[in-house]
Design a protein around this ligand. Sequence first.
Ligand code: G1P
Length: 289
Amino acid sequence: MVKKIRKAVFPVAGLGTRFLPATKVMPKEMLTIVDKPLIQYSVEEAIEAGIEEFILVTGRGKQLLEDHFDHAYELETILAKRGKAQELDVIERIIPDPGRMSYTRQRHPLGLGHAVWCARQFIKNEPFAVLLPDDLILAKPGCLKQMVSAYENIGGNIVAIEEVPREHTMRYGILDVAEDDGYLARARGLIEKPTPDHAPSTLSIIGRYILQPEVFNHLDKHETGTGGEIQLTDAIANTVGDIPFHGIRFEGVRYDCGTKSGFVAANLAFALERNDLEADIRAIIKDLV
Ligand code: G1P
């Protein structure tokens, strides 16, 4: 029996420079897809997967994220007075129970591995999930829930993967595959952002992980890797041999909301999923193209 995944880390300290000026004063995780901020999609995906504790690794200027998951008394009072029960429900439903959401600051941008390491006191000695809110995944059930189901059988460290064109390997962590049944790829290693000619495969890691606390043993050393950053990829690579490591080809579509085109695509795709918007958006797209 594997230990239940109860905790999830959300690294949200990034500056979001690609989205300036939108992100000058607003955290990039508050950018909206249709009518919901990115961070809320990943928190909801985590809830669906059974996560009970949420750790946001923030940075300077990210206070809005805390406010988003708290009461907004003035707004709530006005909505209540006006009898706007539905709107009230929409903003109250997202507030976690007291003590379920914690925040810790990554004071220096030293890499994804370092951001996850900043959450170590909250994780302690349990397996945990990591969700990168920039990677928005349209999937039913959600990507993390699919991973948790696989985890219950295989345990170990698991990442979500997808095939990428070889010329894009420099953007991702890439798996070195030992066995592949078309759904699960057992890996003997992984490399952060290899050049196309050095990439051991074209299976890329996307921003969903289930990790064993042993990854902290490597992260504790603060060793830098690709780009001079402390890489989560290196910490996972370090456990291979001791802990099983698999990539899972989730069912669904991933939108890279860290890029403008991915962000716009996500808005369209998520709008098309909505009964109240689908017909209008279809007509608009048809008109435009
Ligand atoms: C991070 C990880 C990389 C992973 C990617 C997924 O890179 O380091 O291994 O493939 O997320 O989005 P970043 O996009 O932060 O450069």
